[in-house]
Design a protein around this ligand. Structure first.
Ligand code: AVJ
Length: 326
């Protein structure tokens, strides 16, 4: 007859299963942080944003609250008509500050939040329709680039893309440049791109942001193991892993790992394999890059953009950088 392995041909592995197989077969092992954001992961990230150690959200909030009017003028390009498209919108709390101000200035805007989590989008839509009954909204669940192309076909209005919250920090330089280049290709000449960059600063401040006292960041990382169990039929015991984060000041990058507390084997049905973990063996989970202004300038140049204007918080912890097509 046939055994269980044979009934799961590798050619039919989902992208998730195949990425998990690649990552856990690699030396050293890794998993991709892009899979953190199932509904539970999105909820945990919203908890992270409320932590005292996680300064990033507060910084971007300060920029939007204190400079909404300058940001409006930089985005409005004279006529105040544009489509705001937010990539990875999450709960949209920060964007609400801008939209509130834009509507008060009678800007003629449409807001399209895009996110992988349908639950997060539903919550955002409920909040925004209650708070801004007159705002035209078009929420989209799914892949950024497919959706960008479809938005372009829908309207010829000027687009302002938002990529906030230092989400770009999860990419290494090469991935960041190829991501920005793809956005560049989907953009018209007078479209704009507003990106949130977390800046290099006291390493203690950065390290604490990725290793909070309550252990929410640890839960956030461990949730990916639970997701693998649920969606791919894994048998991870999350208690047998610990969360470890560090910051490398010479590269400006924070990294997080899950470390196996003991020798163990984990089976994942959907990939038809079992993986051995040695005691104290790390699984690399996430990079959170911190930037210098030189790095931001060179990223813009190398991806076909130029910086139109930079917005900083009062401590210069964070920069929202507004780019135009070069
Ligand atoms: C959502 C990618 C900006 O890297 O700071 C928070 C995710 N990871 N705590 C970040 C995260 C651990 C976050 N980004």
């Amino acid at each position: 007859m046939h055994d269980r392995m044979a009934s799961i041909p590798t050619t039919e592995l989902s992208q998730f299963a195949s990425d998990v197989l690649t990552g856990l077969s690699a030396k050293p092992k890794y998993l991709s942080s892009k899979y953190f954001y199932d509904d539970e992961g999105s909820r945990l990230f919203q908890e992270i944003m409320k932590l005292p150690e996680y300064y990033l959200t507060g910084c971007e909030m300060e920029i939007f609250t204190s400079q909404a009017s300058d940001i409006h003028d930089a985005l409005a390009n004279g006529d105040g008509r544009f489509d705001l498209i937010e990539l990875g919108a999450g709960d949209g709390t920060k964007t609400a500050v801008l939209i509130d101000h834009f509507l008060a200035r009678k800007a003629d805007i449409t807001y399209s939040p895009i996110d992988i989590s349908q639950e997060a989008l539903d919550a955002l839509t409920a909040t925004f329709t209650a708070r801004f009954p007159d705002l035209r909204m078009d929420a989209r669940q799914g892949d950024y680039f497919k959706i960008l192309r479809s938005l372009r076909e829908m309207s010829s209005r000027r687009k302002v893309l938002l990529f906030l919250g230092s989400n770009i920090g999860n990419f290494d330089r090469e991935q960041a440049v190829s991501f920005f280049r793809s956005l560049r290709e989907a953009m018209s000449n007078d479209d704009l791109l507003l990106i949130g960059f977390d800046l290099q600063k006291d390493p203690h401040v950065i390290a604490a942001a990725y290793d909070d006292g309550e252990g929410v960041t640890a839960k956030f990382n461990l949730n990916l193991l639970t997701r693998i169990n649920r969606e791919l039929g894994g048998d991870f015991d999350a208690d047998k892993f610990l969360h470890y984060a560090n910051y490398r000041p010479n590269e400006g990058s924070a990294r997080s790992f899950l470390i196996s507390r003991e020798d163990q084997a984990v089976t994942i049905d959907a990939v038809g394999k079992s993986f051995d973990f040695k005691q104290w063996e790390p699984v690399f989970m996430e990079i959170s890059q911190k930037y210098s202004m030189e790095m931001i300038g060179s990223l813009a140049r190398d991806s076909g953009f130029e910086i139109k204007q930079n917005f900083f918080d009062s401590r210069k912890y964070y920069c929202d950088s507004l780019w135009r097509v070069a």
